[in-house]
Structure formats: C-alpha cells, structure tokens
Design a protein around this ligand. Structure first.
Ligand code: SF4
Ligand code: ZN
Ligand code: ZN
Length: 314
C-alpha cells in the first residue's frame, strides 16, 4: 500500500478511511484530526491553561504529545493509584516522557492525598476496584485542575472508549448518561465558584489502533501492559465486542459514535438528571441535594467509609 498523500511506502493502513500513510503523513493526519476536533467542538484556545490527565498509556501520552506539537500550553497530571509494579512502571513512562519533552508534569498519589491505594480501597469498601478507581480519578483530576488554576481538563479517551461507553449506556438504556455523553462537558459553577472544570476529549476521532500507531511512530515509550485489575471491567468486554463488528465492517465505530452525536444525543437532552446540585458540606464538590440531609458527595462518603474500616482493622 502507498501513502495517500506522497505515494511513498505506507506504514499505517487506516481501513475506515480506506487510506494508507507514510510516517510523516500519518503524524500530520493525526494532528489534523485532533485540531479539527478541538475546533469543531470548541474545546479550548491557545490562551487556555490545559491540564492533561496522564496514565503513562498510549492514549494519554499521545494526546499530550499532539497538544504540545500543536503549540498548546499543556501540563501533565499523573495520579498514582498504588497498583503495585503496574503503577510504578506507568509513572516511570509519564515522567520519562515529560523529561524528554521538557514538559511540566504534576504528580500526586492517592496514598499521600487520602491514605489508601486502589486495591486497598476495593478491599475496604467491598466494591470492584474499577468503581473506586474511577470515582477517585474523576475527583482528583478535577481537584488538581481547580487547585492549580487550569481552565481545561483533557483526557485521552479515544473513539473506541467512547463507543464502548455508548454501547454500555444503550444496553442498559441509561438515558441520563446518554444525555451527558459528549466530547465536551462544560464547567459547572455553584454561586461564584467553579466546581467542575471544563472537560474535553480531543481524541474522539482517533481509534485505539491509530493512537497506538501514533505513539509508536513518534517514539513515545508508553506502558503497554494493562492494569492487572482490568479483568471483569465491563467496558473492556464491550470494546472486544465492538472490535469484532469493526473488523467485519470498517467504519462501524465512527458511524455509531458520530451518528449518535448528530442524530440521537439531542433527543436525550431532556433526560439529563435535573436534580438540584449543591456543594458537598465537606469538600465543596457538587452533589445532589437531599431534603433534610447534610449534602455529602460520593467521594467523601466512600473515603470516610474506607478510612473508618481501615481504623477498625488496626
Ligand atoms: Fe483503575 Fe480499573 Fe482502569 Fe485499573 S482497570 S486503572 S483499576 S479503572
Ligand atoms: Zn506520505
Ligand atoms: Zn465531598
């Protein structure tokens, strides 16, 4: 196969676009796709201070790399989850990338910030690791962005991630989640305080295979191994199912996701949970108001439960 731009030997074949690319034109193709996504969805501008949630994996390092190449002011944020050697190696990958690019990286750990790791949290609360992990990541990414004065939080969710989430939401008809599934979540303000920073996903047009190829061709040394806790992660199973459909019919993922955004998402807009949102009495994060009860967010409740049980077991 030849590069669709220069007719040199192609190193990447993008089946859904029925096109091959040489190294340089593939890198340019990814830059262009991301730049178009940022513009089409009005994600951010060169004046914004951007925080990129970096796990050390291909997607988060790829999105950070593209933003730096495009000239954006993008700082990395790595959150240590305490998942044994996997966390050590993922942190090493994030730190090595930041050093190589001379980019700023903020590092925090759950153990230092809150006194537990993801495996400990799972044991203490009796919930699956991914549930506590997801809750803590969402909370800590947002907290770090607000505390450090960033305007935008970027995550490396790619097309496969978004399609898997959409697939799960449709399987269970989570209409309030469908109402909120978008490449941009606007900031949320309570009174005069921003409580949720604006969150964006610039890789929604990039398939997982493409972000891996991008990282490889750019010489980014990302962590290839998967989190050892991924077993039983339902999102992971949906991804496998959708990959089978994509192989049989290239373009399925893109059609499903962008078709949803254009044709179905507006129809779910009215389904968004419009319960009153108030500030958590402990940390100020937004939470649903319940009459006669002190407002407390799910992060604070989970943390309190975990630390209480940890204390009892001492
Ligand atoms: Fe966290 Fe689960 Fe992802 Fe591991 S697989 S990083 S536990 S969400
Ligand atoms: Zn070329
Ligand atoms: Zn709280």
């Amino acid at each position: 196969m030849k590069c669709k731009v220069c007719r040199e030997h192609a190193v990447v074949d993008v089946r859904r676009h029925n096109a091959g690319f040489c190294r340089d034109h593939f890198v340019k193709h990814i830059h262009d796709q991301v730049a178009r996504t940022i513009k089409d969805f009005k994600m951010f501008s060169p004046d914004d201070r951007i925080l990129v949630a970096v796990s050390g994996g291909k997607d988060s390092l790829a999105v950070w790399d593209v933003l730096l190449d495009l000239g954006y002011d993008a700082t990395g944020f790595y959150l240590g989850l305490g998942i044994g050697g996997y966390s050590d190696r993922s942190k090493d990958a994030a730190v090595a990338y930041a050093e190589a690019k001379d980019a700023k990286l903020i590092v925090r750990t759950l153990a230092e910030e809150h006194g537990y790791t993801v495996p400990e949290l799972a044991k203490l609360t009796g919930r699956v690791p991914c549930s506590g992990c997801g809750l803590n990541k969402r909370y800590e990414f947002n907290r770090a962005a607000l505390e450090e004065g960033f305007d935008i939080l970027v995550t490396g969710h790619n097309l496969d991630d978004e399609v898997a989430t959409l697939f799960g939401n449709v399987l269970h008809w989570n209409t309030d989640m469908l109402a909120r599934q978008a490449p941009v979540l606007e900031e949320r303000v309570i009174g005069r305080d921003t409580v949720f920073v604006k969150k964006v996903k610039p890789l929604v047009r990039i398939a997982e295979r493409e972000s891996a190829a991008y990282a490889l061709l750019k010489g980014i040394d990302y962590i290839v191994e998967e989190c050892p806790m991924v077993e039983g992660n339902t999102q992971h199973r949906y991804k496998e199912a959708i990959t089978l459909l994509e192989e049989a019919s290239p373009g399925t993922k893109q059609q499903m996701y962008f078709g949803f955004l254009k044709k179905a998402a507006p129809k779910f807009a009215g389904e968004a949970d419009d319960a009153e949102v108030v500030a958590c009495s402990e940390c100020g994060a937004p939470t649903i108001a319940h009459e006669g009860r002190e407002p407390r967010c799910s992060f604070c409740k989970t943390k309190a439960l975990a630390l209480k049980r940890k204390d009892e077991r001492r």
